[in-house]
Design a protein around this ligand. Sequence first.
Ligand code: ADP
Length: 810
Amino acid sequence: MPRSRKSAESHRRSPDDTTMVLPLLPRRRGLLFPNTAGAILIGRKTSLRAVEDATNADGMCAVVTQKDPSLTEIAQADIYPYATEANIQRALRLPDGTTQVWVQGFRRLRVIEILRAEPYYVARVEPIEDFDENTVASEALRRAVLALFEKVARLAPSIPEDSYVLAMNIEQPGLLADFVASSLNLDDEQGADILSTIDTRQRLEKISIHLAKELDVLELQGKIHTRVQEELDKSQREYFLREQMKAIQRELGETDPAARDAYDLRERIAAAGMPEEARKKAEDELRRMEGIPSASPEVGVIRNYLDWLTSVPWVKATEDNLDLEHAATILDAHHYGLQKVKERILEFMAVRTLAKEKHRSPILCFVGPPGVGKTSLGRSIAEALGRKFTRVSLGGVRDEAEIRGHRRTYVGALPGRIIHGMKQVGTVNPLFMLDEIDKLGTDFRGDPSSALLEVLDPEQNHAFSDHYLDVDFDLSKVMFIATANILDPVIPALRDRMEVIELPGYIEDEKLHIAQQFLVPKQLQEHGLSKLQLSFTTGALRKIIREYTREAGVRNLEREIGGICRKVARRMAGMPAVAVRPVRAARPAAKSAPPARGGVSISNANLEEYLGPPKFFWGAAEEKDEVGVATGVARTEMGGDVLGVEVTLMPGKGALTLTGQLGDVMRESAQAALSYARSRSKELGIPAEVFEKTDIHVHVPAGAVPKEGPSAGITIATALISALTKRPISRHVAMTGEITLRGRVLPVGGLKEKILAAHRAGIKTFVLPKRNEKDLSEVPAPVLRDLRFVFAGDMADVLKVAFEHRRPGS
Ligand code: ADP
């Protein structure tokens, strides 16, 4: 080690005096250990002078540390008692006015006294040499310190990597202790303590304690760091992984439809707003799907299921418009007449408005023949309320699963019609029309009406269970309206839930108005025609009603009008007019009608050109009064209809044949009619032997339509007696009534529909049981005016009218 003691020696007081006088460099912080190098920052002017002077001489000085860094002037008590002899190697002035001095430390010095403070501190110091005993104990200590230092050096980021290698090469224990002390982050007091420890073994011990402590701290620090990292990782990991998965799925999505599917489905589940139960179910299923190879058919099944689950409406709703005036306007704008029906609908809506959720009003049920406007009324109510509209037909539904769906275990399972309707409409509060509830059947596959009861029950329908969906579905916000052609087949439990509104059908005048105000404008618009291009005379419309349609509603009327519009539109477009229906041969005009230039007016005269020959004879069933042919009326799903009863006689042995698909009750009433005729043969003027020699055949056309009920009793009897007595029956008379063996006429049902049907067919006289007289109160006034009503108590009353042969209108 290069040492220059020249200057120090010059300060000796005597030859055995080992003390020296050296400039003192007091540091505010930090210690310089013997035999180590370091940089010292100097701010004090005095110290700067000391450095200048020292460098001009041999560069030697004593570096000490203040106990209190804030002091600017120091006395001996203010510094730690030991200093380090140092040689100033280089001094650098820094921009901030301070000076950085590089020093190399040599020996340990004891500060004996501070000699002066001006122009810089100078102290008398005494070098302290280490005395190292090479004992086993100190060697053991040395190794222990080295071993600890190795660990600390490895863990502490502040210790340079090669420090351990340097330490390994230091033989003397004292030097090693100083070196390690300089490497550790000791505070000044601890450092000063090491510096003051002259006994090298003690010094090593102290150092080893510091090392052990440092190691503990470092290890603990490491542990805490790891734990913090773990905690952080755990929470971030999931987020991170999910994001990564999304990114991967997005990437894969372009090539792998399965991954894209799963990704889409997850987004849809999140967006669907399902209740907790459904959402959990959906997520479980999705997870299951992702675990199955995409080629497996199961994937398709689950996918389909999730598709359903996410596309039925869970939260989306429309806002109700509860303005009744607005509703009335809409109903009037779309429907002619139906005053009572409209009033009831408005009342119903008013109650719903007032009661809101609390008292749910019953479900409406429109009952009436086809084409009377049940569906269109439903649509208008939806429009008035601002709700969306959907309908399902329950006609021919025999299986409960059609309403409730199939369980997913079935191959090709799907939800039922209710959920289908909900998906299609897309809101939770639509107006839902259940069509043809009278056509609901029952068989071994379960009772669909019980499922329907659940749908319509306000107590239950907030948690409707569809087998396929497998989670509760809320139908409580849906407004249901049912429709039926006739009420009889509807099971009582279902009927009780509903408020029935009857639409019996229209009379001719009403149809005329509907055609003029609604059907014609609508059809013109649909076919892109204007009023000037096509018009209908009242006579033509009446003829269409009478001779081309025979219905309670206006559906066929609308169709015929539409047919004419289509043909006119074709002509307007200059396309060759093709006679769709065979037109009477002697009417060449139909084939050669020129392309219409101006407007077309449909009148009685040219109607057949467009619609072909009439389909019905209006006024009477037959062209002339016939023997053995009587006109009855029946109530049907289409409202009501007239039907002829034919009887022929042929030589035989008195057998009775009945044809025309007659039901048991009708066959029995035919038997009763025959027995009555036989028992009264004398009175009626029938030769008694006829019954032995004659076979009787009763036929009720149309033969393909099943007929049932007792109300044709008097009609069959009349036809029979006419045939047996050879007296013709007035073709202007229609009749209905049950017959007893003694010829009494009993009341029957469906009078209103039957009378309307007779009126439609142009019948003039209507015979009905006396006890049905009260039913006339429900018949519209124009009909009462047009028809002559005869109330029959027994067969004699009936026969009197039937054989009367009045001239029509007389
Ligand atoms: P339903 O459902 O009873 O079979 P729709 O509602 O389908 O009958 O009606 C058939 C057609 O007749 C529709 O175009 C409807 O607009 C029309 N219609 C029925 N009644 C009326 C009416 N009172 N006023 C105007 N149009 C009517």
